[in-house]
Structures are given as structure tokens and as C-alpha cells.
Design a protein around this ligand. Structure first.
Ligand SMILES: *Cc1c(COP(=O)(O)O)cnc(C)c1O
Ligand SMILES: [Zn+2]
Length: 414
């Protein structure tokens, strides 16, 4: 990897530079997370915007020169990334809003990006099995990418894992272990099994390559906006890996001179679980664990594992943080669906919900150019969607009764 310099420890007091082997995890000296660091001068001499634009690869692998993989490594045959960016006018009172629909990834979430990168690194490390502990999109995306790459997947889920998410895992042929206990118990057992059998770990807490997969959503936004960075990007935050990845993507292309400014980040967490925002407002890098009281399960993270990286991204971008209630999330799901035809899961529309609040509070002006990322597909969680959207009109198969029912609901057929 001529274009990668090293993996840098993000603990400023340590700053160790680690050789970027495919199976590195945490800083061997201080235990903090690592950040993949590129040689931008070298990259500038090898790749141009025009070369990227000429790519016929309609997946995130069109940005392979900016990813920490060997040139000879092949991408699995599963189309990840290059999701649509819709331009909308007047929504939420904004002159121009762009909707990046990452729910259109193969397993239905932005997590397909880091998972696809993960299986490539696993192969580079010579492993035939990948593993993680998760109930949600990290697990289903890993199972999908592993199936496409011909690797075995071992997924540890807490026993209360929702049936719909289990279904995805089982269909993709993962070895699914339902651990009798909570998420922490599943995590501990996965960790011991990973040590014992030497599986490749897909764990955003320790694997520095995952964020590099997530950054591709920002690289795409730059190209799709014809290399004009937006003023704001609104992102929902759980562990903090996504927002940090978004920042890294814009940072890469800014360093390359592909864009001439960096956007500000709007971080959105649930009002029932916002440990990153608490630390951000207190101006500290110490994140205090919080309870996980929100129906947006994909961002119900009381102990964020990439909290420090997300705080750094927020600070560096002169960002803002807002929280939204579950009611606001559900209302936003319907508002987004009805104004754009895009269906997001609760965590998937949380960025949009926070953006609505930020515009109403005058934190973002109506003439500013804003992108919001829809991070997960609404079909992942139909129970909450039905809670948001209400009941259908019930009618016997009779035209007269249909008219009565329409009248009751105020429907005026045109
Ligand atoms: C994981 C996830 C997020 C948040 O990403 P973090 O890296 O945990 O902050 C947001 N939305 C969806 C749908 C997710 O699956
Ligand atoms: Zn260190």
C-alpha cells in the first residue's frame, strides 16, 4: 500500500505510528484507536478528478486509490455504495436539500461500506472467517459481504435480537450464536471466540479500516455535487464511526485539492441517548456512559466506541449537535417518505429529524446547501414504521361503503 503512510494513534500524548498490516487493531502502546494516514503528495501524483469521473465502476470501489487496500486485492461481487443523491427544493424550508439514500445498499444500510472493506482486509490477512457481535446493521452487512466474498461469518447476538434482523443473518448463511444475556455478554463471548479461533474481527471499536469504508459516502457526495462541498452534512450518531468517517472523506478530498472547502457537520443523537453530545458541550474528551432509551435501535449506544473520533470531527468541522425525541424521529420518517419517496429506518432518518430542528431553531439558514444521509432502509423495522404511519382505510368490497370510508378519513379522490 504505497499510498498509506501508517496507522496513527489518535491519543495526542502517544502518537505512535503503526505499520498498516491488515489485522492491526488498537495502539499497541496505549490501547487507543488508530487512524489510517495517507500520503497525499503521492496520491496527487497518481490520481485526478477526471480519472475518477471516467470510472465505470458504479460502486464505492471507484475510489479504490483512496482506500487502504492492496492494489491486487479484488472487491467482492456485491454492489456497495454509489447510492443516489436526490436534489430537493423547499423541504424543511430549505432552498436546496440533498438526500443521500444509503438505504439502497445491498443489505439496506451504510454499514455495507465498512463491511465490504472488512472482508477484503480479512482476505489480505489470510483469514477465511470474519466475526462480530451485533444485533443490527453491522451484523447483517457483514453476513452479506462475507457471503459475497466466500468467507464464513460468525455473528454473536443477544437473545433479544429482533426476528427481522436474525432473518437477514440466517439467509446469508452466517453462523448465528444467540447468546443468553445482553449485548455486553454477546460482545465478551465473541471476543473470546475471536481470540481462540483467530477470526478477523469486524468491530468498529478496534478495527481502524472500517471508518475508511464509511468515508466513501462523503467521497461520493463530493463527486455527485460536481466537486462542490455542501455547507452542512447532517448525520445520525451512535458509536460515532459514521460521522467520523464522513469527516475523513471530505478531509481526504480537501487535502487532494478536489474540493475547496470543508462542510460543517450536524450531529444528531436521540434525546434518550446522547453521550457524545454531552461531552461535546462540556468541551471534554471524556465520554460518560448513558442509558439507551430510544426506539432508534441502531443509534442506541450508551457507550460509544468511536466517541473520541466523532468529537474530533465535530470540533474540526465547527459542527453543531442536536437531539431529537422518538416522536420527532417517527414524524420525520413520514415527512421524508411523503416528500421524497425515501423510506428510512428510525436511526436512518434521525439526521433528517435533527436537521428539521436545526432549521426551525435558526441554526442553519434556508439558503445554505445541506446534505442529509439516510443511513438505513425503513423495511428493516416495519413495526416502528407502522407506529409512525398509522392504519390503512378499512372497507368492505363495496363502492358505496368505500365512499363513506373516504369521507370519514377526509380523502377526496381526484
Ligand atoms: C450504525 C448506524 C448509524 C450510526 O453509526 P455510528 O457509527 O454507530 O455512529 C446510524 N444509522 C444506522 C441505520 C446505522 O446502522
Ligand atoms: Zn497510542
Amino acid at each position: 500500500m504505497r499510498h498509506v503512510k501508517y496507522a496513527l494513534c489518535i491519543n495526542k500524548a502517544c502518537g505512535l505510528q503503526v505499520e498498516p498490516k491488515p489485522d492491526i487493531t488498537l495502539c499497541p502502546k496505549c490501547g487507543e484507536v488508530l487512524d489510517i494516514t495517507y500520503d497525499y503528495e503521492y496520491l496527487k501524483s497518481t490520481i485526478t478528478r477526471e480519472q475518477i469521473e471516467a470510472s465505470t465502476d458504479n460502486s464505492f470501489w471507484r475510489y479504490k486509490p483512496f482506500l487502504p487496500v492492496e492494489e491486487t486485492s479484488e472487491a467482492p461481487a456485491l454492489r456497495v455504495g454509489w447510492s443516489p443523491l436526490y436534489e430537493k427544493h423547499g423541504i424543511l424550508g430549505l432552498d436546496t436539500l440533498y438526500i443521500k439514500d444509503d438505504g439502497q445498499n445491498p443489505t439496506g444500510s451504510l454499514k455495507d461500506r465498512p463491511s465490504a472493506l472488512c472482508v477484503v482486509k480479512a482476505k489480505e490477512a489470510g483469514r477465511t472467517s470474519v466475526a462480530c457481535a451485533s444485533t443490527g446493521n453491522a451484523a447483517s452487512s457483514l453476513a452479506g459481504s462475507a457471503a459475497a466474498a466466500g468467507l464464513s461469518a460468525y455473528i454473536f447476538v443477544p437473545e433479544r435480537a429482533p426476528k427481522g434482523k436474525l432473518a437477514q443473518l440466517l439467509v446469508f448463511g452466517a453462523n448465528v450464536v444467540s447468546v443468553q444475556g445482553d449485548y455486553q455478554a454477546a460482545f465478551r463471548l465473541s471476543d473470546m471466540a475471536i481470540q481462540k479461533w483467530g477470526w478477523y474481527s469486524r468491530n468498529a471499536a478496534i478495527n481502524p479500516y472500517l471508518m475508511e469504508g464509511k468515508k466513501t459516502v462523503a467521497l461520493e457526495i463530493c463527486e455527485q455535487l460536481n466537486w462542490q462541498a455542501p455547507d452542512w452534512v447532517a448525520v445520525s450518531v451512535g458509536d460515532g464511526c459514521s460521522i467520523a468517517g464522513v469527516w475523513k472523506g471530505f478531509y481526504d478530498f480537501y487535502q487532494m485539492g478536489f474540493i475547496d472547502k470543508l462542510p460543517r457537520l450536524l450531529s444528531v443523537q436521540a434525546a434518550g441517548c446522547y453521550p457524545v453530545h454531552k461531552a461535546f458541550r462540556a468541551g471534554t474528551e471524556e465520554i460518560v456512559p448513558m442509558s439507551e432509551d430510544t426506539l432508534a435501535d441502531s443509534i442506541a449506544v450508551g457507550v460509544p466506541r468511536n466517541g473520541l473520533k466523532s468529537l474530533r470531527a465535530l470540533e474540526a468541522s465547527n459542527g453543531l449537535a442536536v437531539e431529537v425525541s422518538d416522536e420527532e424521529i417517527l414524524a420525520a420518517m413520514c415527512e421524508l417518505g411523503r416528500s421524497t419517496g425515501v423510506f428510512g429506518e428510525p436511526a436512518g432518518v434521525t439526521g433528517f429529524a435533527g436537521l428539521k430542528k436545526a432549521v426551525e431553531q435558526g441554526l442553519i439558514r434556508k439558503d445554505e446547501k445541506v446534505v442529509t444521509i439516510i443511513t438505513g432502509n425503513g423495511l428493516k423495522d416495519t413495526a416502528n414504521a407502522l407506529k409512525a404511519a398509522g392504519e390503512p382505510i378499512s372497507s368492505p368490497p363495496d363502492m358505496d361503503r368505500l365512499l363513506v370510508e373516504f369521507e370519514k378519513r377526509g380523502v377526496k379522490p381526484e
